[in-house]
Write a protein of this length. Structure first.
Length: 291
């Protein structure tokens, strides 16, 4: 398709970035930062973990008795997780921007850029899922990644929840009010269940990637089957009807997959908050009991 250049590259990119943000917001995929803070100093309910980490600074953990390598690894995991979540949001925003296209002369499902960003959102969700799991292993359980390498995805989250419940029951989380400990003991119970949902989505990721990589072959097979069932030459009206039917089928499937990716993003935001709360509380406990 021939296109005419009517703006500078800088203006095109500026406009694209603006539209991607709007598309992501319209989809309900909000940035973590915009979800956490009500204003400059007050976090919203349900995002205390992110606020705790930002208030104390990720530069400060683990404790002083941790090795420099452990400190650097934990810090990198947090920043990677947040960066990956931004990437997921951008990819979903671009994908939604394509999906919103109504022009008959430009079909999003025929654009390689559309499929590239759609696929990238799934891959990046998977990597972010791995990073927050590693953070639970290192920041909460104080284990090496290798110790959980061959275990089920959910195991470190189950062990983290169990560890926190034990500390809450013993009221060992010194320096934190009993009310906050009680509220958190109830909230942390959902961590393993959320992790199980993420584990299932990680498994489904392979299906999404497979669907994308084999899209051309599937489309060809679908057309061949249609020809076998209707070998006669269709009329122009029949062709138009089939094209519209096929596009509706593809867009319905994509819409369902987009909802799935959005749900994955939301789960990761929630799990990140719970895990950051847990790490913060354990760190405060250590500050008191190992001083």
């Amino acid at each position: 398709m021939e296109t005419k250049k009517f703006l500078t590259t800088e203006k095109v990119l500026e406009y694209l970035e603006h539209e991607v943000h709007n598309a992501a917001n319209a989809l309900g995929v909000l940035s973590i930062d915009s979800q956490v803070w009500e204003d400059e100093s007050n976090p919203r309910d349900g995002f205390l973990g992110y606020a705790m980490q930002e208030e104390t600074g990720w530069q400060s953990f683990p404790l002083d008795n941790a090795s420099a390598a452990e400190t650097q690894e934990t810090r990198i995991l947090v920043m990677e997780f947040l960066g990956l979540m931004d990437q997921v949001r951008y990819s979903l925003g671009i994908t939604q921007l394509y999906a919103n296209t109504k022009s008959d002369s430009f079909l999003p499902e025929e654009s390689e850029f559309f499929w590239m960003h759609y696929n990238n959102a799934s891959i990046t969700c998977g990597i972010a899922s791995d990073r927050i799991r590693d953070f639970a292993v290192i920041g909460i359980l104080e284990k090496s990644r290798r110790s959980y390498e061959k275990k089920w995805y959910v195991d470190p989250f189950k062990d983290s929840e169990k560890h926190l419940q034990e500390l809450c029951v013993m009221k060992e989380l010194g320096g934190i009010t009993d009310q906050l400990v009680h509220e958190y003991a109830e909230e942390i119970k959902i961590l393993p269940k959320n992790a199980e949902e993420i584990a299932l989505l990680r498994k489904n990721r392979n299906r999404i990637i497979h669907d994308w990589s084999t899209k051309g072959a599937k489309d060809l097979k679908h057309r061949e089957e249609r020809f076998k069932n209707h070998p006669e030459v269709p009329s122009a009206k029949e062709i138009e009807s089939r094209v519209l039917e096929e596009r509706a089928r593809i867009m319905t499937s994509l819409s369902q997959s987009m909802d799935e990716l959005k749900h994955w993003y939301d789960l990761l935001v929630k799990v990140g908050d719970l895990v950051f709360q847990a790490e913060h509380m354990i760190r405060k406990w250590k500050d008191i009991h190992q001083a």
